[in-house]
Design a protein around this ligand. Sequence first.
Ligand code: CAA
Length: 259
Amino acid sequence: MNEYQDILVEKRDDRVGLIRLNRPKAMNALRPLLMDELWDALQAFDADPEVGAIVITGNERAFSAGADIGEMATMDPVKMLGSHLSERWHRIGRIRKPIIAAVSGYCLGGGCELALTCDMIVASETAQFGQPEINIGIMPGAGGTQRLARVLGKYLTMEMVLNDRRLSAQEALQHGLANRVAPVEVYLDEAIKLAASIAARAPVAVQLAKEAVNKAFEMTLEEGLQLEERLFYFLFATEDQKEGMRAFLEKRKPEFKGR
Ligand code: CAA
């Protein structure tokens, strides 16, 4: 594993790859270096057959307070275009393995957009979700208006984006922006437990199922159903399908191999 400056990376025995954003003094502000290291670590876990699911977390005080305002303050549109800032978030969607965001404290701006690129969110009771870009004269630029609207609908998203309305962990849960809420002492353990449970399942089926669910937000129903059908049939070419069904009929636990 590479040496990183802005993140800490741990490959765990339970098939979970853990990535911790590690700029605590800057509330884990997402400067380009951090986003590039995150991408590097995500790709490495995606390619590693000993990893089945990935958890991204910050610290108790902040998952992340967003893109680094210091680095953006002197930018102009041409420099922004050349910086590929938004692409640093969007490419996370190309990771095939499931990614769980374990969120505590501030989850703002690009931090909230990072959580939104993940497949599930486990929040601590102190988590606070928001898109406060309007306060500094801009708007969300890494997926916030689009991904948040798909989760929360138009009206709550408008309030968050136009008027810095923050969501508490309980509100996030109520509106479908979090899978579960746990006390701050255990939220990371809960996220890892969830990731380990998924990582123990048939890896190819998990990855294709993730792809199919995510495509539901991009395709028409007809196209999505077609894709689902093809991926479903494709799984009948895997050894894990044979093993899974045989194990069920023989009343034993399946041993999946990821093939
Ligand atoms: N970028 C750079 N530095 C940041 C930062 C950010 N997004 N958020 C916090 N920091 C830094 C602060 O400047 C401060 O640094 P110093 O100690 O060197 O002064 C340190 O982190 C601690 O922050 P505060 O002293 O402000 O701590 P607080 O507890 O009083 O407030 C906070 C915490 C509410 C998160 C507040 O820092 C804040 O509002 N941060 C900015 C949030 C924001 O506007 N995010 C959107 C960024 S733009 C974006 O993300 C665009 C996009 O869509 C991609």
